[in-house]
Design a protein. Structure first.
Ligand SMILES: *Cc1c(COP(=O)(O)O)cnc(C)c1O
Length: 377
């Protein structure tokens, strides 16, 4: 079967291999069969290995939904009665966590920093010191809207020092940038199958501390569908998801994990990094500028400022690239005009070189000033 290969430079879902796409073509199976439970059991065990989590201390819990379900589940399930959540917020995904707190009427402190700056750890510590009711600290590892990498190990250390649980949204780093759950001071991390695992949308997972999940059995149940303990308990007792799992998506995730281990943690990270460097090389040559200081970037998302040129029209450039098999993505910052190019997915340096040939052709067509070309004139 011939499947057209599109290069997705959006921040997930990412470009997948054909073997992952085809892994979904399986005989029909009722997911309540033991065969399927065994498949999910192995998947849950293998997910632990991605973040070097020991099965004695950690577990993984699967959910049917996009990545946001994980943030929802962690925040609504892991907060004891009468306690407060601290969100260390320097971007769109931590702001989403704040909205989740609002929707569940949870007590929270939204400690905001500019989107193009790292959180100030002294301020984080001051808030923890002054608010002894904080029981959970949450932040985002790679803020996918800007590509900034947050110092999770340091934030986690502070959270633990003040007796709080640390949950991290690792959706846009897990299975790409190496994570060590214990060394990084993480109690709960999370992702969905369509990002680092380079599999399909619809399956999300939380990897975290088993005894903390067990403790949370006594916390208020704020959601029927999205409760961490209930889903964990159901898995432990029956090997099943509480409600119908995304069957074919699970097969694709199993294949995605197999390919992750075959490539290897280091080789995978090096590949993403060289794709990221190639993106920067291409942008530099055309005179584009980053939003985030280069040394603060996580190595996966490049957030690019619009050029100061009346001929620049993002949608026109997007449509030209799209027609040629390349997807670029708008920014996610309210008061700045940016777009994004991401180093996610089953792509390599040659794909980026091919992309820039197309991107440059779009700019030339539209008459956008390009330093590299202007020099030749
Ligand atoms: C992609 C992503 C999510 C999940 O977003 P969905 O739209 O629910 O798929 C959450 N957090 C981060 C940091 C992400 O990059």
């Amino acid at each position: 079967m011939e499947i057209k290969r599109n290069i997705l430079l959006n921040p997930g879902p990412s470009t997948t291999t054909d073997t992952v796409k085809l892994a979904q073509l399986v005989p029909d199976i009722c997911p309540r069969e033991k065969e399927f439970a065994d498949l999910m059991h192995r998947l849950r065990q293998d997910l632990l290995k991605v973040v070097h989590a020991s099965p004695d201390k950690y577990t993984s819990v699967l959910f049917c939904g996009s990545g946001t379900i994980n943030i929802d589940v962690c925040l609504n399930s892991l907060l004891p009665e009468g306690k407060r959540i601290l969100i260390v917020n320097n971007g769109a995904y931590s702001s989403r966590a704040v909205e989740i707190c609002q929707y569940y009427h949870l007590d929270y402190t939204n400690l905001e920093f500019p989107v193009d700056e790292l959180p100030d750890l002294e301020r984080v510590e001051a808030v923890l010191r002054e608010n002894s009711d904080i029981a959970l600290v949450h932040t985002t590892h790679n803020e996918t809207g800007t590509g900034i990498l947050n110092p999770i190990r340091e934030i986690g250390e502070l959270a633990h020092w003040y007796g709080a649980v640390f949950t991290v949204d690792t959706t846009s780093t897990l299975a790409m940038r190496p994570i060590d759950i214990e060394k990084d001071n993480i109690d709960f991390c999370m992702a969905s199958a369509q990002k680092g695992l380079m599999a399909m949308t619809g399956l999300s997972f939380i990897i975290g501390n088993k005894s903390l999940i067990e403790q949370s059995a006594a916390y208020p149940k704020r959601s029927y569908y999205c409760n961490l303990y209930m889903q964990y308990d159901y898995f432990e007792k029956t090997g099943q998801m509480h409600f119908t799992p995304p069957v074919q998506t699970v097969y694709a995730a199993v294949q995605g994990l197999k390919e992750y281990f075959a490539e290897g943690e280091t080789a995978r990270w090096e590949r993403h990094l060289r794709v990221f460097e190639a993106i920067h090389e291409g942008l530099d040559a055309l005179g584009f500028q980053d939003l985030i200081r280069r040394e603060w970037q996580a190595g996966l998302v490049v957030c690019v400022k619009y050029p100061d040129d009346p001929h620049w029209d993002f949608d026109r450039v997007h449509d030209y690239c799209y027609a040629h098999g390349f997807t670029i993505y708008p920014g996610k910052i309210s008061d700045m005009d940016t777009f994004r190019l991401c180093a996610l997915g089953a792509i390599d340096v040659q794909d980026i070189r091919d992309f820039f040939a197309v991107f440059k052709a779009a700019l030339v067509r539209d008459g956008v000033q390009i330093p590299e070309i202007d020099e030749l004139r």
